[in-house]
Design a protein around this ligand. Structure first.
Ligand SMILES: O=C(O)Cc1cc(O)ccc1O
Ligand SMILES: [Fe+2]
Length: 450
């Protein structure tokens, strides 16, 4: 064990040295961590008096009676109910919540270039730009996709979403999430999950920062069942990392912004809310390095469904039908024989929102660029563009490494609705559907030759 250290002004618990410095490995483990010795009660949750005069407080991420329940016990300098002002409503016009059905026409195949930064300094809250929403935030069903454009750190300002857990996919720049449960540093090729109800501030380590967010209104993300793939490959539990405890004791007026039922509210507190000295439980933020994802694919012929690339899945009420699948298209070898290797042409009941983190995506060699997004909505046909089709139909089928490529998909069972920002202000590529226009009729009435 090393000593407690300081990071962004927070005293951070001693942690295992080496690759896990500052983090604890494992997915949804029952973690325990303390930034001061013996701050964590042992053998019970609610001693009559906690060590150091701490207050015990439980954060429940599932109903008490869900199995397994997800909750974390925090031991903090002040209970979080201690705030000096009532909640006041604030406007956050670019961070929208479902339903946004009347904002724009959503029926269509859409693609956007990267949204550029402006001269206006933006933080984690003001820099959120909602692109699509699905379901209904008030019934805790569905999701929203956002792009964040962040250039400014939050100072004595904090945020939590009562509506959702946030899946963060950075594309540019480095961010630090100082949360009640510890500190997560995040850069492109990594993702983070910020659970519903967790208070945090976001600092810019290296800006400007741009990335994608999937806001999950429903049941939490979990690891997909691997079925016949077995106990290994895809995303392995040990590669997920939760932060060790970290706290600050700062008596300074601080603002907390709360997203609640799609509305934003502010209150003030007389101290930093990041005052959790120790915690234990299985409801925590975590990060994951996408380079640890071990893809499994076709090793003789054909192109399997992209569900084999699922990193995390958030279940809906219907078994096998996700509220959201987070799917990763990363570097891999293509070896299938006598096969059209890119994604096939298809229509899907699930709605597919894609983003490019870096490189070239095999079905769209042009136009789908890093920082860009595309939407193939419920039951709307899509597939490789003309160049991808011709290339893949005529290439020599030796083993071929798809290199320098990382795109992802937020796939939901619900139709996604564009916001007016996505339809009118974001860099929509008006000519996107032309990429299929020049696909030729090749039918000549005679059987094809192999
Ligand atoms: O449309 C897309 O590009 C995503 C996708 C990829 C794939 O390999 C199979 C199906 C699918 O929807
Ligand atoms: Fe698709």
């Amino acid at each position: 064990m090393t000593e407690a250290t300081k990071i962004s002004g927070l005293t951070r618990a001693p942690s295992i040295p080496g690759p896990h410095e500052g983090y604890m490995p494992g997915f949804a483990n029952d973690f325990e961590t303390e930034a001061l010795p013996d701050a964590l009660p042992q053998g019970m949750n609610s001693p009559q008096k906690c060590n150091y005069g701490l207050y015990g407080e439980q954060l429940s991420g599932t109903a008490f009676t869900v199995h397994p329940p997800e909750r974390t016990w925090t031991y903090r300098i002040r209970p979080s109910v201690k705030h000096s002002a009532r909640y006041t409503r604030v406007d956050m016009p670019f961070w929208r919540s479902a339903p946004t059905v009347n904002d724009a026409v959503s029926l269509g195949q859409y693609r956007w270039g990267p949204i550029e930064h402006s001269d206006t300094p933006l933080n984690w809250i003001t820099g959120m730009r909602t692109m699509t929403t699905a379901g209904d935030v008030n019934t805790q069903v569905g999701m929203a996709s956002h792009v964040y454009l962040v250039t400014e750190s939050m100072v004595d300002a904090y945020f939590f979403s009562a509506d959702s857990e946030l899946l963060v996919v950075p594309q540019e720049g480095r961010l630090r999430f100082c949360t009640e449960l510890g500190v997560i540093d995040l850069e492109p090729k990594e993702i983070a999950i910020l659970p519903r109800g967790l208070v945090y501030r976001v600092e810019v380590l290296d800006g400007p920062c741009r990335g994608f967010v999937c806001e999950n209104y429903g049941q939490k993300f979990e690891l997909p069942a691997r079925g016949p793939i077995g106990a290994n490959a895809m995303a392995n539990p040990r590669d997920f990392k939760a932060p060790v405890a970290a706290f600050e004791d700062r008596e300074v007026e601080s603002k907390i912004t709360i997203k609640w039922c799609g509305q934003f509210h502010e209150t003030t507190v007389g101290q930093s809310p990041l005052d959790v000295v120790a915690w234990h439980g299985n409801y925590a933020p975590y990060k994951y390095d996408l380079r640890a994802y071990c893809p499994v694919g076709a090793i003789l012929f054909d192109h399997p469904d992209p569900s084999i690339f699922t990193v995390l899945t958030a279940p809906s009420g219907s078994p096998g039908t996700a509220n959201i699948d987070f799917v990763l298209f990363r570097e891999r070898w293509m070896v299938a024989e006598n096969t059209f290797r890119p994604p096939w042409y298809h229509k899907n009941i699930m709605s597919e929102l894609m983003g490019n983190i870096y490189g070239v995506y095999d079905a769209k060699p042009d136009g789908f660029v890093p920082g860009g997004m595309s939407l193939h909505n419920m039951m709307l046909p899509h597939g490789p563009d003309k160049d991808a089709f011709e290339g893949a139909s005529n290439s020599n089928l030796g083993p071929d490494k798809l290199d320098n490529t990382m795109s992802f998909m937020f796939e939901t069972r619900f139709p996604q609705h564009l916001t007016s920002f996505a339809a009118n202000e974001a860099p929509l590529q008006d000519n996107y559907i032309d990429c299929w226009d020049s696909l030729e009729k090749k039918f000549d009435g005679t059987p094809g030759l192999k």
